[in-house]
Every structure is written in C-alpha cells, then in structure tokens.
Design a protein around this ligand. Structure first.
Ligand SMILES: Nc1ncnc2c1ncn2[C@@H]1O[C@H](COP(=O)(O)OP(=O)(O)OP(=O)(O)O)[C@@H](O)[C@H]1O
Ligand SMILES: CC(=O)N[C@H]1[C@@H]2OC[C@@H](O2)[C@@H](O)[C@@H]1O[C@H](C)C(=O)O
Length: 369
C-alpha cells in the first residue's frame, strides 16, 4: 500500500443524534482530499439503549467491562455503524476492498481521565469482520493511560485543515457538539493548544426535549425570543473548570445548571446559549494570544443565536466552517478517518498541548478484517 490511503471515518458524538461518516484520501499529514459524507440518525430505541447505559457506565472500573445494558447498546450501535457503511458503499458504488481503513470512534459513555478511564462502546472486531475492512479503534486509550486527558483528539486534523485554508493566525477552531472544544493554532507548526471549553448543545437539547419534546432549538429560534438571566448565568459560571488552564476535558453531563427549570422555555434556552458562548469566550481568553478568527464547526454552527452570543461575548470575528469551505457537520468524521491513517503510520494523535500527554503520542488499536 502506498503512503496515501482511502480512509472512512465515523463519529457518533455526545449529542447522540446519530452517526456521521466521511471518506477521504490522505497520507495522514498534509495531503487531505475530502470525499463523500453520510449521516444515519440513531433510531429511538437505539438512543434509549445508549441513555440507559450512560447511567450504568458510571460504575464500571475498566473500559472493557460491560453491564447488560451496555452490552445491548454496544451490539445495537455496532449494527448501526455496519448498516451505515453498507448503505454508503452501495450508494457510492464502492466495494469494501476500495476502503483501506475505517476510523471508528464508537459512542462515549463515560469519560474520567483523572481515573485514567474513558469508556467507548462499539465492537471494532465484529465491524471489521462483518465488513471485510480493517478498523482502527480505541484512539483515546493510550493517551489516557499515559496520564493525558484522552480528548480532544480532533486538533491534529484541525491543524491540517487550517494549513490548507491559509487562514490568518492565531485562529481558533471551535467545535460545538454536545460538549464544546477549542483548538488554538498559532504561527508555528507546533503551536497547538486544545481543550474542552464547557457545554455545547447538549444542555439546550436536553432542556427543550423536557419542555416541548423537540430534539433541538432549530436555528436557535426560541433562544432568540428569550432574555438571558444574567444572575443565573453568573452562578453557573462560578465553576473552577472555566478558569482552569488547559489541558482539560469533560464528560457529557458535567454541568447541572441549578435554577434552569424555573425559567420559561425561551429564557432558559437564551440563558443556556449564553452559557455555552460565554464559556467558549472565557476558554479562549486563557490562550497565549487572542485568536484573530473563530471558525465554528459541529452542529452549533447551525444556530445563529448561539453564534451571535459568541461573537458579542468573545469580541472576535466568528465564521462558520461552511463559510471557509469546510463541511461543518462532518469535520469530526473526517478527523477519525485522518487519525486512523496516522495510527497506521505510527504518527502522533495527541500532544502535550492538546491533551497533556507527556510527549507526542500515537494511539489506536488495529482490528484486521
Ligand atoms: N439547525 C440546527 N439548529 C440548531 N441546533 C442545531 C441544528 N443542527 C444541529 N444542531 C445542534 O447540533 C447538535 C449536533 O451537533 P454535532 O453533530 O456536532 O454533535 P456531536 O458530534 O454529537 O457532539 P460532540 O462534538 O460533542 O461529540 C444537535 O444535537 C443540535 O443541538
Ligand atoms: C470523551 C469524548 O468522547 N469526548 C468528546 C466530547 O465531544 C466533544 C468533546 O467532548 C471532545 O473532547 C470529544 O470529541 C471530539 C471528537 C474530540 O475528541 O476531538
């Protein structure tokens, strides 16, 4: 096989909305040719299995341990990934042999790097055998075991994207998924700092689901009609996480937001959007130099109310990934394709500045077809 691979990446994030897939040709370094993408929403019963196992995963002592609910969720999400790859290959007219490797993130159930534990479900061996394609998985594990945060992993791919887009630096790539994370890229090749900033969309999704049953505040329409409760917001901001210097990472449900349930739906959503934006702004203020530009990737890029809060609270120019020519919804899936190739080549996935790893570290486990 040459130094360039055709890789397929899949990510199912903390929003639990479904699985993103992207194909690319890459050498795992500067060469990235992005290809087609696909999305498969989780079915309601799959999401229910994941939600149930989120609670159970808190008690496991080892990442390979499975309670009955976790085992059931793992079987379901492995099938869902297989189903998505098969449909994608059929629709793209590609044969399995034309894909060199799959980068498979799986579904995070629990993340506690201070206990050197990060738990993702998804049976990579079964997936590799079923599809007849090599699979690279467990990309957070080596980093966490070495004392790193195990997250975020995407920054090395953000660096490749920024290099090819010729954006002025320093620049921050902010991913607003369930949790939000930022990558700061300075002038030098190795000026890379990354960390989870705080909540992304998950608090807003959970709140609107409780109030109206909707999956999200589409376009931030309800938040735009609400008023930010500044007193409540400042109580939520009074959390040492937000002033702690990076590296740092979060589990999905790290913030309780006391008092939220007393607000109207509109005011609650407005206050949560301000919370997400303000914590990103505070995170960026911890960096060595303020970025000249924020590029927003992930589902949060589809919420103009949130973007508006972010530009006002940070005072920095905000653009969406789509506006700079990237596919906002698929950057993470692309990143796992890119990371799989880096793993095959033994290149670093994480760095002292991105996860606190003691040195640049490769990672990932290869399951051969
Ligand atoms: N049109 C929209 N309007 C408002 N919010 C949206 C829209 N589209 C997506 N979102 C938000 O983005 C979320 C999905 O984002 P994304 O797919 O980036 O998350 P993820 O990959 O699951 O999370 P993470 O990055 O934390 O792993 C949705 O749950 C929703 O809150
Ligand atoms: C443990 C885990 O799955 N963390 C996710 C989560 O979702 C966003 C943020 O928190 C980020 O740290 C990470 O995902 C992205 C893909 C990353 O590792 O870069």
């Amino acid at each position: 096989m040459s130094g360039t691979y055709r890789a397929l990446g899949m990510m199912s994030g903390t929003s639990m909305d479904g699985i993103d897939l992207a194909v690319m040709e890459t050498d795992g370094e500067g060469l990235v040719t992005a290809g087609k993408t696909a999305f498969r929403p989780y079915r309601e019963e799959e999401r229910a299995l994941i939600r149930k196992s989120l609670e159970e995963a808190r008690v496991v002592g080892h990442r390979a341990e499975r309670t009955p609910a976790m085992a059931a969720a793992e079987a379901a999400i492995t099938r869902a990934h297989e189903d998505l790859v098969r449909t994608f290959l059929d629709e793209s007219g590609l044969a399995p042999q034309e894909i060199d490797v799959i980068g498979f993130h799986g579904q995070t159930l629990f993340h506690a790097p201070e206990r050197r534990l990060t738990v993702q479900i998804g049976d990579a061996r079964a997936l590799a055998r079923a599809l007849g394609i090599d699979v690279v998985t467990d990309m957070r594990v080596a980093d966490v075991e070495a004392g790193g945060e195990g997250a975020p992993l995407v920054p090395v791919y953000h660096r490749a994207l920024v290099a090819s887009a010729e954006l002025s630096r320093p620049v921050a790539i902010v991913n607003i998924g369930g949790v939000a994370n930022a990558t700061w890229i300075g002038a030098g090749e190795n000026d890379l700092i990354a960390f989870d900033t705080g909540p992304g969309n998950a608090l807003m999704d959970d709140f609107i689901a409780r109030r109206t049953g909707a999956a999200m505040d589409s376009g931030g329409a309800l938040a735009a009609k609400g008023r930010v409760d500044e007193a409540l917001l400042s109580r939520w901001l009074d959390n040492p996480y937000f002033s702690r210097r990076p590296p740092k990472s979060l589990d999905r449900d790290a913030f309780a937001c006391e008092g939220l349930d007393l607000l109207s739906t509109e005011d609650g959503l407005a206050t949560l959007a301000a919370f997400t934006a303000e914590t990103i702004a505070r995170g960026l203020a911890l960096l060595p130099r303020s970025p000249e530009l924020i590029v927003v990737v992930g589902g949060g890029a589809r919420n103009p109310t949130l973007l508006d809060h972010l530009s006002r609270r940070s005072g920095i120019d905000v653009r969406t990934a789509d506006a700079v020519g990237w596919a906002a919804d698929f950057v993470e899936a692309q990143a796992f394709a890119y990371l799989a190739v880096r793993s095959l080549k033994g290149l670093p996935l994480t760095f002292p500045g991105t996860t606190g790893a003691p040195s640049p570290m490769t990672g990932g486990v290869l399951m051969e077809a």
